[in-house]
Design a protein. Structure first.
Length: 161
């Protein structure tokens, strides 16, 4: 399975010490080089990114320059644009992306997507975490993760919490 990720799911999971979920669920994850650059900013903000620097499960690739990529960069941030372009270019099975605008474009392009909440539900289903609620609470506090009350309740219902 080929899985591409945008920046925020990786950085948020790193901030709450749940980065291991990506490798435990997907094995290998591919990120565009611009996403790697965006993740490197975390180090300058005082976060330990050694888990990323030493990750054998993380592959950095760049999408080929194209009109499609240029068009995406006009409507999305660079990480989202390159992640979507790369997912399309290599026919990825899944794109991990949280931002609504990027999710909408990926959906329009026929790319299968999942966000951090879907990852947490899968992790709970596989017994990799005990509580989706506690991880979401950590995300809210540590990563300033925003989730509507309605979505929060729906995720907890799906998690059986």
């Amino acid at each position: 399975m080929v899985v591409i990720s945008d920046t925020s799911p990786i950085s948020n999971l790193l901030r709450v010490s749940k980065l291991h979920l990506l490798t435990e669920i997907y094995g290998e994850v591919v990120i565009p080089s611009i996403v790697w650059s965006e993740l490197a900013v975390l180090q300058r903000q005082g976060h330990d990114i050694s888990q990323l620097s030493n990750a054998t499960w993380l592959e950095v690739r760049s999408p080929a320059p194209s009109d499609f990529l240029a068009k995406l960069k006009m409507e999305l941030d660079p990480g989202e644009a390159e992640a979507i372009a790369l997912a399309k270019e290599i026919s990825a099975d899944l794109l991990i992306i949280d931002e609504k605008a990027g999710r909408d474009v990926a959906h329009r392009e026929g790319i299968a997507i999942i966000g951090i909440l879907g990852i947490l539900l899968e992790a709970k289903h596989r017994g990799l975490i005990d509580s989706v609620k506690s991880v979401i609470e950590d995300l809210r506090q540590v990563a300033r993760f925003r989730i509507s009350p309605v979505l929060f309740e729906e995720v907890l219902r799906l998690a059986g919490e």
